[in-house]
Design a protein around this ligand. Sequence first.
Ligand SMILES: Nc1ncnc2c1ncn2[C@@H]1O[C@H](COP(=O)(O)OP(=O)(O)O)[C@@H](O)[C@H]1O
Ligand SMILES: C=C(OP(=O)(O)O)C(=O)O
Ligand SMILES: [K+]
Ligand SMILES: [Mg+2]
Length: 692
Amino acid sequence: MASQALHFLIPTYSAPNRSLSRVSSPSKPLLFAQSPRRVRPISAISSDIESSPSSPSVLISGNGKGGIFGGDGAAAVADASGIEVDAVTEAEMKENGFRSTRRTKLVCTIGPATCGFEQLEALAVGGMNVARINMCHGTRDWHRRVIEQVRRLNEEKGYAVAIMMDTEGSEIHMGDVGGAASAARAEDGEIWTFSVRAFDSPLPERTINVNYEGFAEDVKVGDDLLVDGGMVRFEVIEKIGPDVKCRCTDPGLLLPRANLTFWRDGSLVRERNAMLPTISSKSVDATDPSAGDNYPPDLVVPQKWRSGGDPYPLDPTVREEWRSNGESDPAHLQPMAVHPQFIIKWNCGLKVKSMPMAFVVIIGHSIGILKAAAESVLPHLTNVTLHHPLPIDWLDIDFGISEGVDFIAISFVKSAEVITHLKSYIAARSRDSDIAVIAKIESVDSLKNLEEIIRASDGAMVARGDLGAQIPLEQVPSAQQKIVQLCRQLDRPVIVASQLLESMIEYPTPTRAEVADVSEAVRQRADALMLSGESAMGQYPEKALTVLRSVSLRIEKWWREEKRQEAMVLPEISSSFADSISEEICNSAAKMADNLEVDAIFVYTKAGQMASLLSRCRPDCPIFAFTTTTSVRRRLNLQWGLIPFRLNFSDDMESNLNRTFSLLKARGMIQSGDLVIAVSDMLQSIQVMNVP
Ligand SMILES: Nc1ncnc2c1ncn2[C@@H]1O[C@H](COP(=O)(O)OP(=O)(O)O)[C@@H](O)[C@H]1O
Ligand SMILES: C=C(OP(=O)(O)O)C(=O)O
Ligand SMILES: [K+]
Ligand SMILES: [Mg+2]
């Protein structure tokens, strides 16, 4: 094979000494013989809105379970140790040529309109890279069925759709409006009651349940109450115990579980969001058998955190005590903060010092662990096991961990702390899982702490729905651009979400303004676009996905051809020397790829880090990312420009390349003469070569 290679040969992956010079191996020449530059045909590919997606074909070959391949036997065992690429990508590559594959990834929220196996398959065929389930809606059993079906789809039909679980977070929202699916209409001047009382269904007329127990205390007469950021508006006219009477001032549809915000003198009242921990707000149904360990069925759980006062951090001496009692990883016991009044409310009679401990254990852990803590550390706490306010978000998170979802998106993130805490919680609970944590930027607080939040997270979502209810609408576009840019600079994938094609919930074509909005997100080179209601409960989920796909393809191609992408300054982000090498290699490889107009970059990466660093550069050509584990492959599905493959590979790049070339050629995905750049995180090198 004719190739040119630039190697950075470092004896071990973590070079101990920065002064170590970057030497080329004496055994290998720095440059191989020059290969003739091939003339590449310009691919003129139709990416029109009308064009239908390629039909799915199942093309998984081999068992994918072969041992690590290495040495000279490449050709002989190539077919036996298969390569996994999803059927849709493969079809798209064959049809369009790989230079024109879609770089922008697509996330679909799964709801009643799309939860069937065939509907899910239609979305996969239509280009869904990630299926999102929103724990605000539906039951865990419902979500579990969706996850199972996506898994089955992946296994049986050869897709690699990743699963993202989105938590409810500390938002205030309405309950169901007389049955989960129905909506109610509020007319101008009507008086409605918003109440935290539990009602039998059907609800009394013109009554809305609110999920936040402190609601009636926190609102004031004269406040504006906005449903879904202003789709319906009320004015608070009277408070009677738990009931808040409101007059409708902007009529409209009240959809189940719609978000509620209240405004006083033109400003958002943020009491609840300011005070509540991000992950904790749901009430517990103590009779739900899936809700953690064995609840006493008659348990009435006080659920809400409210009233003012400083939060109460975990007492370090208690923490030490816990540590000395042999708990392996006390780090994940350090949660957000504890509200003192809350503890006193349900823990009365216990020593003050013990309370935070009890609480901390509870929010991070199951009853089993609480019992262990109570028995071994603080015997007087035994009773606490019966008064356990395990918040449902944590149960949802436990659910996500046990189901092995690929991403957990955290709603209403306020600071980096909650993300760090969740990550250590996940690490402690599932040592070998690599669930990525996505921070949803949808509150004023998250904008204030944007950089630290993004640094702490594995990715971010511009959650424009709630963001637009918290900041003036005209500030949302600049916030979006800023978040997208910062994420790219910090090498974190970013999803632009909400209302991209809102009108397609009801209509089969988008508005021109919606297409312009999608185009702008693609032009900003966000990693992914997301459908919410359009795919969850709309009339035209597949059509909406087709619009996202087609607009992405067209805008990407247009900007590539016009060469109008402005270069972005990418700050150095590595914190170790080894990481700096990877970063430099990726930056250089991407630049070379653009200058030499190569057809593709191949990256061999175990944890996906080099693939991510390449994606961050947003090169002109697609990036074929080869990784050894299925979960890394699914996770890479969210990132811009990456075409993830699963493949067992060795440390011998020469044989990896030969094998990959022959496997991909055999499947018609590349051709002799294609020019590629190859990089790998085992061997710090950049190679440029034509496919033999
Ligand atoms: N699992 C589900 N079950 C029922 N309805 C759902 C589900 N997921 C989403 N939906 C519907 O789709 C709409 C849009 O989804 P999404 O944007 O995720 O939620 P929200 O609008 O509550 O923020 C929801 O308001 C809800 O009506
Ligand atoms: C994506 C969002 O979050 P959710 O749909 O969960 O409210 C949003 O607010 O835009
Ligand atoms: K949510
Ligand atoms: Mg939201």
